[in-house]
Design a protein around this ligand. Structure first.
Ligand SMILES: Nc1nc2c(ncn2[C@@H]2O[C@H](COP(=O)(O)OP(=O)(O)OP(=O)(O)O)[C@@H](O)[C@H]2O)c(=O)[nH]1
Length: 338
């Protein structure tokens, strides 16, 4: 039934170790026997032999020309040539859906072998068919193995990408914190405060009132002048620590710049605000820094209640007015903007 023009190629495997040679290249004798069960069919470039998902009926042997197999996304196409076969699962297991699309790449001649013809061949040439099936399974298993390997590699690549992403995110978080915090004291800086104020409008206050305290070190220029800039830095850090200590968990202590600090508080009433301001005055007053020699640290504090959570400029100018009232009083004092 099948006079073949395929004569075997230089890559065709030697008898006996066929299963080790990939891809599916048949020795001329095996090809001849299989082709004898098939019907020869001429194909033209672009001609579709089967589609993905289609119910499989037969397998194909390539006598001349080339056929392209396309798989799911992510898997490379396969180009098969003379002496190779494809679609063999159809004759092995029947009722099987194609998982590739097969299209003729060049003009050529194929042998199409139906399941019935294959069964008849099995009875006629059991030894040859058994060898053919054995090599096919070895080929399928090797293909499966390659697939598992490539999935594993892809998985490793994904894990690595995920790792890089995680690292970038944590670097970004650190960078964002650096951008929002003050180098000298570690408190939030003005940028951090604005960010906090943005969030503030969305948070419930649970019946409390928001208030702003502006804290400014008294005669700080004199500290720098008398004891040096490093001593000035130490004084700023010590005051910052007291401001931080006074802040509750949802309150943001920050350094606005120079010797000026700010704290947005949540208080029940004016009495509580006064207590907290007086507590801070006392805490700074009791600081003793050896680098400042005889100089006693003190701060002035101006306070204002925040009517509108978005109105930073208004709160700031009210608290600033109160702060200068405290300064005019001689410092080491607190005033509330009325
Ligand atoms: N050591 C040190 N000094 C700073 C820093 N930033 C600003 N300064 C200095 O802080 C001083 C602030 O001085 P002023 O704003 O005049 O305030 P003051 O001397 O405290 O005067 P009053 O507020 O009226 O009591 C300036 O001399 C700045 O040079 C800093 O990071 N470290």
């Amino acid at each position: 039934m099948a006079p073949t023009s395929f004569q075997g190629s230089v890559t065709s495997p030697a008898e006996g170790d066929e299963g080790l040679h990939l891809p599916s290249q048949l020795a001329p004798e095996a090809f001849r026997v299989l082709a004898s069960a098939g019907v020869s069919r001429a194909v033209l470039p672009g001609e579709e032999l089967f589609r993905r998902g289609e119910a499989a009926q037969s397998m194909f042997l390539i006598d001349t020309g080339e056929v392209r197999l396309s798989f799911d996304e992510g898997l490379a196409d396969k180009l098969l040539g003379p002496g190779q076969y494809f679609g063999e699962l159809a004759v092995f297991i029947g009722r099987h859906q194609r998982f590739a699309r097969a299209v003729a790449e060049t003009p050529g001649v194929l042998y199409e072998i139906t399941q019935d013809a294959f069964q008849a061949l099995l009875e006629r040439e059991p030894a040859q068919v058994a060898r053919f099936m054995q090599r096919s399974f070895a080929y399928l298993v090797a293909g499966e193995h390659q697939l598992v390997q490539s999935l594993r590699r892809r998985n490793e690549d994904l894990l690595q990408t995920l790792d890089t992403l995680r690292q970038t995110r944590s670097e970004l978080t650190v960078a964002q914190q650096l951008v929002r915090s003050d180098d000298l004291t570690g408190l939030a800086n003005r940028r951090g405060l604005y960010r906090y104020l943005d969030e503030l409008g969305r948070q419930p206050l649970g019946g409390l009132r928001l208030a702003l305290l502006l804290v400014d070190v008294d005669h700080f220029k004199g500290i720098n002048d008398r004891s040096g800039h490093l001593a000035g830095d130490a004084a700023l850090r010590a005051v910052a620590e007291e401001v931080r200590r006074m802040a509750g968990p949802l309150e943001l202590p920050c350094r606005l710049g120079g010797d000026e600090f700010a704290l947005v508080l949540r208080v029940a009433d004016e009495g509580e605000l006064a207590n907290r301001a007086l507590g801070l005055l006392a805490a700074v007053r009791s600081l003793r820094l050896p680098s400042l020699r005889e100089h006693r640290l003190s701060v002035s504090i101006g306070g204002a209640f925040c009517g509108d959570p978005g109105g930073w400029a208004a709160w700031y100018s009210e608290a600033d007015r109160a702060l200068y009232a405290a300064k005019r009083q001689g410092g080491d004092a607190w005033r509330l903007d009325e």
